[in-house]
Ligand binder design. Structure first.
Ligand code: ADP
Length: 348
């Protein structure tokens, strides 16, 4: 598909270049031929004048040598015409070959980002369908087993419903994450930016994860500097919820999370530190990739996730022209730090 698109694009480039080149060649041909004819006429006129004035031949012998007016030198003009046409054809042939090669290379370069985007989309679709398939398959097999049972008890029916709700919850959370990712991925969409209090934003995020933290008796410590930040409220709340939710998910019961902020020139650094399972050096570079989950996270049965949270977080940070990084020691804990510009001018 891309090869034929590349050839088509090259053909278009060639068509445009050759149209311009041939048009120019025709103009050059007309101008040059006009000049040649004008020059030849002027030369003839000059010679006639010199003959008339006897400058070229003695007056009594001139009639034996030349007639006046001197006829047009058509042979010379035709020869010059042929040479001009030959040279212009040669130049156009050269342009055709060079622009063909350059056009093909340029078409390849033009199509490269589109090709990568399509590849990325395909990978995304296959990853997403794979993730969707797992809960669906498990739902289907649970129903089939239940149907095979000729006398199901009430207890069995309730267990089936409970398990099915669990799988439906997973599907719901996956589709929400996919929607969120698609929404933040659309960088063309202009974010509504407003002046916000960082404390309010962080408090809102903490409120959203409070229940899960309480379930694990995790304490959230805050060391927050209240600064005014120009940002999109919902995106930033989503961002901090993702970081806090991960910190809780990958930490043992009764542990501590620390939220720190540090204001520097024109930006604010927000970090979320946990004392959880940590991330290995091998996994650390890949955790922001879509659907990536470290082995340590996969093996934790309670921590259901799809590896989309940090990819969403990264998109939100990028939409705010900020940066995000992770530091971690396996078995000791992780720190996720987000740097965001404070002023709207940085959003342009
Ligand atoms: P998930 O839904 O799996 O949590 P994320 O994209 O949020 O997806 O995170 C990707 C992976 O990064 C996780 O599966 C986990 O391996 C690792 N990770 C993220 N945050 C933490 C953390 N605070 N502690 C340990 N590992 C983490």
């Amino acid at each position: 598909m891309f090869h034929s698109a590349r050839l088509k694009l090259t053909a278009w480039y060639l068509l445009i270049i050759m149209f311009i080149s041939i048009t120019f060649s025709m103009v050059i041909y007309r101008v040059l031929m006009g000049e040649v004819i004008r020059f030849e006429k002027a030369q003839r006129f000059r010679i006639e004048k010199r003959i008339e004035t006897g400058d070229l031949f003695p007056v009594d012998t001139r009639s034996f040598h030349l007639q006046i007016p001197i006829p047009e030198n058509t042979e010379l003009i035709d020869e010059i015409r042929r040479r001009i046409i030959f040279l212009l054809t040669l130049v156009n042939g050269g342009i055709l070959i060079v622009s063909g090669i350059l056009g093909y290379a340029l078409a390849g370069r033009t199509l490269k980002p589109i090709r990568e985007m399509v590849k990325e989309q395909n990978r995304f679709i296959s990853d997403a369908s794979h993730e969707l398939k797992t809960p669906l398959t498990s739902l289907k097999s649970a129903f089939e087993v239940y149907l095979r049972n000729s006398r199901p008890t009430m207890k069995e029916a309730k267990t089936l419903i409970r398990e099915s709700i669990g799988e439906v919850d997973k599907l719901q959370s996956l589709s929400e994450s996919l929607l969120q990712l698609a929404q933040y991925q659309n960088s063309q969409k202009q974010l509504y930016i407003e002046k916000l209090s960082l404390t309010t934003l962080l408090q809102e995020a903490i409120r959203k994860v409070r229940l899960v933290a309480q379930k694990k008796s995790i304490v959230i410590e805050k060391n927050i500097q209240d600064v005014e930040i120009e940002a999109n409220k919902y995106s930033l709340v989503d961002l901090f919820v993702i970081l806090l939710d991960n910190a809780i998910k990958y930490s043992p019961d009764k542990s501590r999370l620390i939220i720190n902020t540090q204001k520097t020139d024109g930006s604010i650094l927000v970090s979320v530190k946990d004392h959880g399972i940590g991330i290995s050096k091998k996994d650390l570079p890949s955790i922001f990739e879509r659907f990536y989950r470290a082995d340590s996270a996969r093996s934790k049965s309670e921590s259901n996730g799809y590896g989309l949270g940090l990819a969403i977080a990264q998109k939100i940070v990028a939409n705010h022209k900020g940066s995000i990084r992770a530091e971690s020691i396996l078995g000791k804990g992780s720190t996720f730090s987000v740097r965001l510009p404070l002023k709207q001018s940085s959003f342009s």
